[in-house]
Design a protein around this ligand. Structure first.
Ligand code: ADP
Ligand code: MG
Length: 729
């Protein structure tokens, strides 16, 4: 009997749901463990308070003197909550968060006295020994060291007994080594460009903030069951396993009642989120069995990104208390829906206007149209880059598969807005006649708010869709750090808005057009030149792939192909022009990502080879021996006549041999190809070889193993089966 599997099943089915009692109203709990406005007011001097506010809102620098005062207040606040340690909390390019805890506790130089110490120096800058974080060669080429620096725009928080201070992570020569630094630069570029454009419509706008509301999908699997599978343990997904007779065909999981154990987990998770100031709002079952989703109220993008990274960490920690393991992988199970992380994105002014929501006057609607059409243009001109932004080994399973956004980036805007764009396309060149102006105001721009009210035709197959008052970037993977997608999106829109302003100003100054005439003229040209990115049909259909090729859209189905777009000279120029990343930083990121891809596939190949050879084959042989024993017995009883009674067993024995041979041969060939690939010195070529030559063996090996799963006695099968993983509650 396979002990690990059955022990795990026993544990999983005998669990009592972990109890959890909420400790109060959510609105009272919210932000209690965050150094937010309220606690700052209480613990900071008025100068220190004002310093942080100015830094948060206008990016003003905080001098060292002030930092000392802020640190003092922060320490007092933290100590009042039983905190003992502090850490600079950052997001290196590993995709997870990093922290190194230091105690507040210090002793005097003679060791006779002890006290709690935390000053401006500790708050503002730290030098973690970061030599083993990925850096894409930056710190090898230049300086060996990196440092973390306080990001006052994202408030400090307490998790457990540690004060966590959100920081950026940069090399001593100034290159970004994390996700946050380029994001902050992109958000600042967007603010500048968007504020300039807003001034056409409202002179009072001083700041534009990009907002992000992510939706996190995940699977919850009993910890013992997850741990019983070496593939889940090491790679986060099942590399083999025959699909369960019941999967999601009945659609009975989506929005169904949440199982008690999962619900208790969510309740505790949500309470922790409340304390941490993560405004989670929605929870529901997703399409697949044991799949769920959690979504917050949207926030300023930098904060939302931090909150998502923090959430993923917190989710796993709380899961331990409920004997669950959270699977964030984009495709943990074959034949069952994968997970994504929709990024809902919009732009808000400091005057309280959502720029992607039409207003009450024709002028504010023209403002809406400007931001709406400029986003389309930005996506149109940078579709390959956007695709590259979401490319990872794990997301490759979702993109292009028949159940998630395809690998082609297109934009969905709905029937009504398509009509609006068609109308705008006929705006005449240069000066507009009075009739045309009236018509535009009344019938085109003026009607937009009504049009959007009944804009209900949401297309679930589009990777980038307009959903009434925001854009929804749906192709982002569930394991992704949102910063990657958000840096790119904000960067390309910033660049586009900058170009828009230049074009409009040129018409105003050169052709002496009125402001709105100039805007209409430029928008008209954008509408004409972005037709190929707009697609309203079924994005999962084969016809769309054919059509997209005709339109010249890229369709990179794999990460190695997609990532090339990241180092396209045009992209490097764009990031440089907008001061978001220099060419060294862009190249470093590309290198890290291409290497990460290879490593991920390497690990999967090894784990698969190991399971297939060392778990599956021995089990198959064991069962085959039982059959052989049986045939031998039949021969003893029936003599020469045994073949009639043993016919089925003999077929089984032969089939098992065939599959064992299939596994062995494919694993051997896969290892040989890997060895060949590992000799390559070019990272791009190595990744391509893993993608094109190694991955195809996964399916072959899996097919033989999964067939054996159907043949071999369930009692001795070593791997926890799909139905057990997916339906144990
Ligand atoms: P679904 O896509 O599952 O149907 P919704 O359309 O209700 O769900 O999307 C809700 C998500 O959109 C939430 O995460 C919410 O915070 C986010 N959202 C709503 N308005 C904005 C906005 N102005 N900016 C960014 N995100 C927003
Ligand atoms: Mg959504």
């Amino acid at each position: 009997m396979s002990t690990l599997r059955f022990q795990a099943l026993h544990d999983a089915t005998h669990r009592e749901p972990s109890k959890f009692e909420e400790s109060g109203k959510k609105s009272l709990l919210f932000g209690q463990n965050v150094f937010n406005q309220a606690s700052m007011k209480q613990f900071l001097t008025s100068d220190a308070y004002k310093g942080v506010q100015d830094a948060m809102q206008y990016g003003k620098k905080i001098d060292r003197n002030l930092a000392d005062y802020i640190a003092m207040g922060m320490k007092e606040w933290a100590l009042s909550k039983g905190v003992t340690h502090y850490t600079h909390w950052f997001q290196p390019l590993t995709g997870t968060t990093a922290e190194k805890h230091d105690a507040f506790f210090e002793t005097s130089y003679d060791g006779l006295e002890s006290f709690e110490k935390f000053g401006g120096a500790q708050l503002v800058q730290q030098e973690p020994d970061a030599s083993s974080f990925p850096n894409g060669g930056i710190r090898n080429t230049f300086e060996a060291r990196g440092y973390t620096a306080w990001d006052p725009t994202s408030p400090a928080f307490i998790f457990g007994t540690t004060l966590c201070i959100p920081t950026v992570f940069i090399s001593y020569t100034g290159e970004a080594l994390d996700y946050k630094t380029p994001l902050l630069r992109a958000l600042s570029a967007l603010d500048d460009a968007a504020t300039d454009v807003c001034k056409y419509f409202d002179k009072n706008v001083k700041k534009v903030t990009a907002t992000l509301g992510w939706e996190q999908e995940y699977f919850l699997i009993d910890k013992a069951l997850a741990n019983s599978r070496p593939d889940i343990l090491v790679t986060g997904r099942t590399l083999l396993g025959h699909t369960s007779a019941k999967g999601q065909q009945l659609d009975d999981h989506y929005f169904g009642s949440i199982p008690t154990r999962a619900l208790n987990y969510m309740r505790e998770l949500e309470q922790e989120c409340m304390l941490l100031g993560i405004p989670v709002k929605t929870r529901h079952n997703e399409v697949a069995p044991n799949q769920f989703e959690l979504a917050p109220i949207f926030e300023e993008t930098n904060l939302a990104v931090d909150h998502n990274s923090l959430l993923m960490d917190v989710m796993q920690k709380i899961a331990e208390r409920h004997h669950f393991k959270v699977l964030f992988h984009e495709k943990p199970f074959k034949g069952v829906n994968g997970s994504g992380k929709h990024n809902n994105w919009s732009l808000a002014t400091d005057t309280g206007v959502n720029l992607l929501s039409p207003g009450k006057t024709p002028m504010s609607n023209l403002q809406f149209l400007s931001f709406f059409i400029n986003t389309i243009k930005a996506v149109n001109d940078n579709e390959a880059l956007l695709r590259a932004t979401i490319a990872t080994a794990s997301n490759d399973h979702r993109l292009g598969a028949n159940e998630a956004p395809p690998a082609i980036i297109s934009v969905f805007i709905g029937e009504q807005l398509t009509k609006v764009l068609n109308n705008l396309e006929t705006v005449s060149d240069g000066k507009l006649s009075p009739e045309e102006k009236t018509d535009l105001k009344l019938n085109v721009v003026g009607k937009i708010p009504d049009v959007l009210l009944d804009n209900t035709d949401r297309n679930r197959t589009s990777p980038f869709a307009f959903t009434g008052n925001k854009w929804e970037f749906r192709a982002v993977g569930s394991t992704a750090n949102c910063a990657n997608a958000m840096t790119t999106l904000n960067a390309i829109v910033a660049k586009q808005l900058k170009d828009f302003k230049i074009a409009v100003d040129a018409l105003i100054d050169g052709k002496k057009l009125k402001k709105d005439e100039a805007i209409f003229n430029v928008l008209r040209e954008y509408i004409k030149s972005t037709k190929s990115i707009l697609f309203e049909g079924d994005g999962y259909s084969d016809e769309w792939e054919v059509e997209a090729i005709k339109r010249g859209l890229s369709n990179s189905k794999t990460t190695p192909t997609a990532l090339k777009a990241k180092i396209d000279p045009r992209v490097i120029a764009l990031y440089g022009e907008m001061n978001i990343m220099n060419h060294v930083e862009v190249h470093a990121r590309y290198e890290i990502e291409i290497e990460e891809y290879t490593k991920k596939i390497q690990i999967e190949a090894r784990v698969l080879g190991d399971i297939a050879r060392n778990h599956i084959i021995p089990t198959a042989i064991k069962y085959q021996n039982t059959l052989i024993e049986n045939v031998r017995g039949l021969k003893e009883i029936f003599g020469d006549d045994f073949e009639k009674t043993a016919a089925e067993q003999i077929i089984l024995i032969k089939q098992i041999s065939k599959h064992i041979e299939g596994i062995n041969r494919n694993v051997a060939e896969m290892i040989a190809i890997r060895k060949e690939a590992n000799l390559l010195t070019d990272a791009q070529k190595m990744a391509e070889m893993y993608c094109d030559k190694v991955i195809p063996f996964f399916d072959e090996i899996r097919r033989h193993c999964d067939k054996l799963e159907l043949l071999v006695d369930d009692e001795i099968w070593p791997l926890t089966k799909y139905r057990e993983l997916l339906f144990t509650r």
